[in-house]
Every structure is written in C-alpha cells, then in structure tokens.
Design a binder for this molecule. Structure first.
Ligand code: SAH
Length: 211
C-alpha cells in the first residue's frame, strides 16, 4: 500500500479508538485532529509511527507529545472560535496547529532556537503560517498580545508561573501538567476573579520539564 494511504488508515484507527472508548468526545477537537496531519510534524525517521499513540523525539532532547495526551488537553481547554490562546512549549508545532483550528489567535513560545525553526517550517507545510511562533522563555508569557482566554503549558512544572496567571482573562482557563516529569498531574486552573483560581485534576502523565 502507498505510504500516504497507510498513514491515513493509522489515523482513522486512532480516531475510532477515541470514539469507541469515549475518551475524546469533543467534536471540535476530533475535527481538528482530522484536519491536521501529524506526519508533517514528526521527524522523517519516525514517519511510520506518526499515528502510533506515543511521544516521539523531535531533536534538542525534546518530544512531540502522545496524540491522546494532546487531545485530552485540548478537550479540557474547551476552546471557542473567538478565543486567544497562548501555548508554552512549541516543540514540533503540532499542538499549535491543532489550537489554530480551534481558536482565533495562537501564540506559541519555545526556548530552543532549532525547534522554533522546525515548528515554523512544519506549520508552513501544513498551511498554518498564521500561528505566531516566538523564541523565548514561556514562563514570561507574551505580554504584548495578552490577555489570553486559554493558556496551555506542554511541559511539566512544579507551579504555574505568575506571569501566565496574570496574562489570563478573568473567566479564562489554563491547562498544565503540574509536578515531576514522570507522574505530573494534569490540572485545569480557572481564573474566577483577578486573584482567585479554581483547580481540578485530570490524571497522571509524563512530560519533558519546563525549564
Ligand atoms: N507542544 C509540543 C510538545 C512540546 S514538548 C508539540 O506539539 O510537539 C515541550 C517543549 O517545551 C519542548 O520543546 C521544550 O523545549 C519547551 N520548553 C521547556 N521549557 C520552556 C520554557 N521555559 N519556555 C519555552 N519553551 C520551553
């Protein structure tokens, strides 16, 4: 079978598993997954594993997250089309690509120059150059385009940086894996008023660290 056809088949298997298990129910998230090809964001040497449900190396000691983890985080984020979104930890740009299908504006920050270049190239090949990829420390957020309705941190952190909390709209929410790299807890943090946050937990995961 042609490689492209095999990948498409693998993609549909993953999609059906999510539907069968009812793990991913959010229609917009499922649609976003269908409309972005993960193979464009995977290192060519791992092309055949594009839809195997696992993280994969992308260089600079980092990984593209496991598809199910990405989908779960997007589902918790509950994005509306008018939302302005900040992502910390661009990596391959795959999650940013999905975010751009769900919201109005996506700013994503990456500390590794090589990954910034890679993500820009990947997003271009997916026709999603409207995503703003910024090189820098994501812990500082991105004040010139703040506030954001949704913030997602795709690396494990012991606590949520204050700047990110400050750059969230009241009523907005942030999703982040909190704790050690292995066994961090997925948390949803809702900004209920200027100084009040409500936190809920959504299972244990493994992530590369936020540094
Ligand atoms: N969202 C990515 C996966 C990211 S892995 C994807 O879809 O492929 C986490 C990323 O966070 C890594 O690329 C790492 O370099 C980056 N990172 C870690 N600490 C950071 C920081 N302080 N600021 C910006 N990026 C950071």
């Amino acid at each position: 079978m042609h490689k492209k056809k095999i990948l498409e088949k693998d993609k549909q298997i993953l999609f059906r598993n999510w539907q069968k298990s009812q793990l991913i129910k959010n229609k917009a998230v499922l649609q976003a997954f269908q409309s972005v090809n993960r193979e464009l964001f995977v290192d060519p040497s791992y092309l055949d594993l594009s839809y195997s449900d696992q993280p994969l190396p992308i260089g600079s000691g980092q990984t593209i997250s496991q598809p199910t983890t990405v989908a779960l985080m997007l589902q918790i984020l509950n994005i509306s089309p008018e939302h302005r979104i900040l992502e910390v930890g661009t990596g391959s740009g795959y999650n940013a690509a999905l975010l751009s299908k769900l919201g109005e504006l996506v700013v994503t920050i990456e500390r590794h120059k090589e990954l910034v270049k890679l993500a820009r190239k990947n997003l271009l090949s997916a026709g999603l150059e409207k995503v703003k990829v910024v090189e820098g420390d994501g812990k500082l957020g991105y004040s010139s385009l703040a506030p954001f309705d949704r913030i997602i941190i795709t690396a494990a952190t012991e606590d949520v940086p204050k700047n990110l909390k400050d750059q969230l709209t009241v009523g907005g929410l942030l999703v982040a894996p909190i704790g050690p790299t292995h066994g961090c807890e997925m948390k949803k943090i809702v900004k209920v008023s200027l100084n009040d946050f409500q936190t809920s937990s959504h299972g244990l995961f493994s992530f590369v660290p936020l540094v």
